[in-house]
Design a protein around this ligand. Structure first.
Ligand SMILES: *Cc1c(COP(=O)(O)O)cnc(C)c1O
Length: 597
């Protein structure tokens, strides 16, 4: 894919917006999303609206027009005090603006009257950061005059801190804004519906305060897009910090000295450069420079060091990373880097859209169809690995009750060892592996099928036998098709010892699983918690070389045909083991743990 580019993960932005909305809502604060940091990209604006944000704010009229023209369905707030020369456009194109000059508000009123509009305003109060805002002592005087203007609706007051001077929005500052609001309401007998306390930098105040007073609104950009709290630069819990990733390509990679050779004058930007002597290093040049992005705001994902940058080049010490000419190098971005990258016409904006449930399910079903075709033709070279009962192990496991009497939870020896290692990893996390099912005889498999079919017949008496078997076969393999008959398949879930419950996987209530499309492992419409828990379960098994079933997040295969197909093996190692075979083996070796074949 083309470079330099910025990968924009819409689903991560949506997650951050929803998480922050819910958090602030818990104390009665609504959020406005500020789009100036992403140049009001319409796809991003749309995902913010889809995530529940009602008002979008930008510092530029052009950006707001761009969103309007793209059909973004939101109210729009202009957050930079309007230019008096643009007052007419503000009234015509924008619903609401932040204001700090009476002369501008008067002009807005004039045009509102001419065009028969009501323009909403928030009056900004200066609380110490020394950017926009009316001095508190002048506020009542101004408001008295504003209230007499026609075409203008005073919607509220606000303040902006932590920008020009980095002044913290402390509890005192917020209490002051609250008390100013209360005094104005009393004095003028009006109701201010919006008290806008600030921006992303208000996060720490919000987290530590019990009483937010009259503050009922915040305007957030950075924390939604980058998941950081700007005053300390610390990540905000539960948010993504990599919704945006900048990618550049290596155009030269050579071993060169870490210090230049020759007399040193000024560099391309008029600075005198300094160099640290690290001997000979692996120097790489990336095709991206300060013309494209504020390079000081980039953090590499790899263990490399940015040595410096010119207009069109970034020079890095590639250290021990596996890079070559043509490799992509990725960076996360700080706010300055995000703004400049989004503004650069040289950087391709690569929007990564969350896949819809319908599209995802269609892909899974197509994969499953292909998988079944391949499993029908893949050969088995039975390697006679013995079966062994997980119940006889000393691993920390929970066994889900089986419909099969005297069920022994048999697996192949290698699988047994893998389960042992997985259970140990979970022990360290205060969790326990639940084994739902392992080797199953044909008879056992038939029982499961019949049980499900009976259940569905009762639930949907109008459905025909064919329709019922079609539904059942989407989730339960017919007698002779299940990989459970090989001893290489395991069904597993995870129990949380601290919370004393089965983890939430999105379609389960404890051990009971509802069989539906949301059981497809990476279904997009399950909760973040369920996604995280599925990831944990799948990683444990995949790290042990199992493959997860296409349709069931709890089913894992190793060594059998299901596994061989997914791993592009020439043949499977574990074939079907019939009931009679396993029983005679058990009879022949009654006191052995292993059922030798
Ligand atoms: C930029 C801006 C914001 C948003 O600030 P973030 O730090 O990105 O949350 C809010 N209000 C005003 C007035 C702004 O200029």
């Amino acid at each position: 894919m083309s470079t330099p580019r910025i990968d924009i993960h819409l689903s991560k932005i949506a997650h951050n917006a929803k998480t922050l909305s819910t958090l602030f809502r818990s104390k009665g604060i609504d959020i406005i999303a500020v789009t100036k940091g992403v140049c009001a990209h319409p796809h991003i604006a749309n995902i913010l609206v889809k995530s529940g944000v009602k008002i979008l704010a930008d510092s530029r009229i052009a950006n707001i027009k761009k969103m309007r023209d793209a059909g973004v369905k939101a109210s729009f707030l202009l957050i930079r005090t309007p230019m008096i020369s643009q007052a007419e456009s503000v009234v015509l194109d924008i619903d609401m603006s932040l204001n700090s000059e009476l002369s501008v508000i008067k002009k807005l009123s004039e045009f509102a009257i001419i065009h028969g509009k009501i323009h909403k305003i928030i009056i900004m109060v200066e609380l110490g950061d020394l950017r926009e805002g009316i001095m508190p002592s002048q506020l009542e005087n101004t408001i008295e005059k504003v209230l007499r203007l026609q075409g203008i609706k005073l919607t509220g007051i606000g303040t902006n801190l932590a920008c020009f001077s980095g002044v913290k929005p402390t509890a005192e500052k917020m209490e002051l804004l609250s008390s100013i609001a209360i005094n104005i309401e009393k004095k003028f007998h009006i109701k201010l519906s919006m008290i806008s306390g600030g921006n992303s930098a208000n996060y720490n105040w919000f987290s530590t305060t019990k009483d937010v007073g009259r503050i009922n609104n915040l305007r957030l950009g950075e924390s939604i897009f980058l998941g950081y709290e700007p005053l300390t630069g610390k990540p905000i819990p539960k948010l993504y910090q990599d919704a945006f990733m900048l990618v550049a390509e290596v155009i030269e990679l050579k071993n060169k000295s870490s210090v230049p050779d020759g007399e040193i004058g000024l560099d391309a930007f008029g600075n005198k450069p300094k160099f640290k002597d690290q001997g000979i290093i692996r120097r790489a040049i990336l095709a991206m420079g300060v013309q494209d992005v504020m390079v000081t705001g980039l953090t590499p994902k790899l263990d490399i060091e940015i040595l410096g940058a010119g207009g069109d080049h970034i020079i890095i010490n590639a250290k021990k990373e596996d890079l070559k000419v043509g490799s992509d190098v990725s960076f996360t971005l700080k706010y300055g880097a995000l703004v400049t990258a989004m503004n650069s016409s040289y950087i391709f904006k690569n929007i990564i859209t969350p896949i819809s449930a319908a599209a995802y399910c269609a892909i899974v079903e197509e994969k499953d169809r292909l998988h079944k075709k391949k499993t029908a033709i893949i050969p088995v070279k039975e390697d006679h690995t013995p079966l062994i009962s997980l119940q006889d192990s000393d691993f920390n496991l929970i066994f889900e009750k089986s419909i099969q009497k005297n069920y022994r939870y048999l697996v192949r020896k290698e699988v047994y060892e893998k389960i042992g290692r997985i259970s140990k990893l979970l022990d360290n996390q205060g969790k326990k592996l639940i084994i739902r099912s392992a080797w199953r005889s044909f008879e056992h498999q038939q029982k499961l099928w019949d049980q499900k079919a009976d259940f569905l017949k009762k639930k949907y008496p109008k459905k025909t036998v064919e329709e019922i078997s079609k539904i059942v076969s989407r989730f339960i393999a017919p007698q002779k098709k299940s990989t459970h008959s090989t001893g290489g398949a395991v069904d597993a879930l995870i129990y949380d010892l601290r919370k004393k419950c089965v983890l939430d996987f999105g379609t389960n209530d404890g051990l009971h699983i509802d069989l539906n499309e949301k059981c497809y492992p990476k279904h997009p419409d399950i909760s973040e918690e369920a996604k995280k828990n599925r990831k944990l379960l799948m990683k444990l098994f995949e790290d042990e070389d199992f493959v997860c079933d296409h349709k069931e997040y709890w089913h894992f295969d190793y060594g059998n045909i299901g596994w061989a197909v997914e791993k592009y093996k020439k043949y499977a190692n574990y074939g079907i083991l019939k009931e009679s075979y396993v029983q005679s083996a058990a009879l022949n070796y009654p006191d052995k743990v292993f059922f030798y074949l």
